[in-house]
Design a protein around this ligand. Sequence first.
Ligand code: SF4
Ligand code: SF4
Length: 353
Amino acid sequence: MDSPKNTLMHERVRFGRTGLMVTRLAFGGIPIQRLSRQEGVRLVADVLDLGINFIDTAHGYGHSEELVGEAMRTVSRGSLVIATKSPAADRKGFLDDLDESLRRLRTDYIDIFQFHGVSSREKMAAVMGPGGAQEGMEEGIRAGKIRFPGFSSHSLPVAAGMIRTGRFDAVQVPFNFVDCQAAEELIPLARRADLGIIAMKPLGGGLLDDARLCFRFLRQYPDLVPDPGIETLPQLREIIDVMESGGPLSAEEIKRIEHYRERLGREWCHRCDYCQPCPRNIPISTVLVAKSFAVRLTVERFTSIVEAPLKAAESCEECRQCVERCPYHLDIPVLLKKQRGIWERYRSTGTWE
Ligand code: SF4
Ligand code: SF4
């Protein structure tokens, strides 16, 4: 294919103490699960052809790992940095996921294997405790199946705790111009520990519709590697062009970012789950970010994830215990009702707006 020789695609940045040299953009493997096998493999092959050498996927992203594995066959394995994730908290589940990821990715090693979603103290204790997934991680490293251990998290304090264990070489947290609290303490901590840092959800998990502005913001952090999930090559080319465009944010761009923050801040759920526990067992964050699943997953997968939580949201008794705990002061009972209304409309129209 016609492959423009962008400067950015020739640049490599050191991914923390792993020493791996990666492109300033990674390819995020979530949305390709919506594509057919043929379309998905073609897209990943085109992304590699464009020069991106860093792919981040997960055991739980439908057939994403398989598509990546098939597309990788056309390039030298040593030229790529492959990151994937397991949600398992126990040793055996983790090792089973590792072997399954290796099979799907058609490789005998994973460059960066991550614990997926360590966002609560409970999960961290299970992963790092006796019989936990950390034991599997160490076995995987000894067996040569994993080069570097990492984790992803939606909770900044839990992520900080994981970094402080000293066991990880890579961290992945949400980072975009609305979700940017990590810049205060977490990113400096990760830098001091010399970890590779992946900026998860650079487009707000599909909720920020101005890709240009998102990447103008992110290019201010050259040591963070964003992993946008894209479904077409033109989307990626646009991002590359933005990352290559020079100059700091203009006053007009800063104003637009402030406007987004003002408009979305009262409804933006950061998925930290500090609002839990809910006496009615409502998975609050899943309900509040339902649109993010709608725009990135297949209809079947989206429905399987959000249908039960949205049903559970009907039982909210408006006790407001969650509101007191939410550090962002979201009016959760009101937002749950709003999401229920959107869900009802979605069921009759098929669009989530
Ligand atoms: S509602 Fe608030 S506390 Fe709960 S997950 Fe979202 S941002 Fe965090
Ligand atoms: S207000 Fe509703 S969602 Fe919040 S804790 Fe009470 S029952 Fe749960």
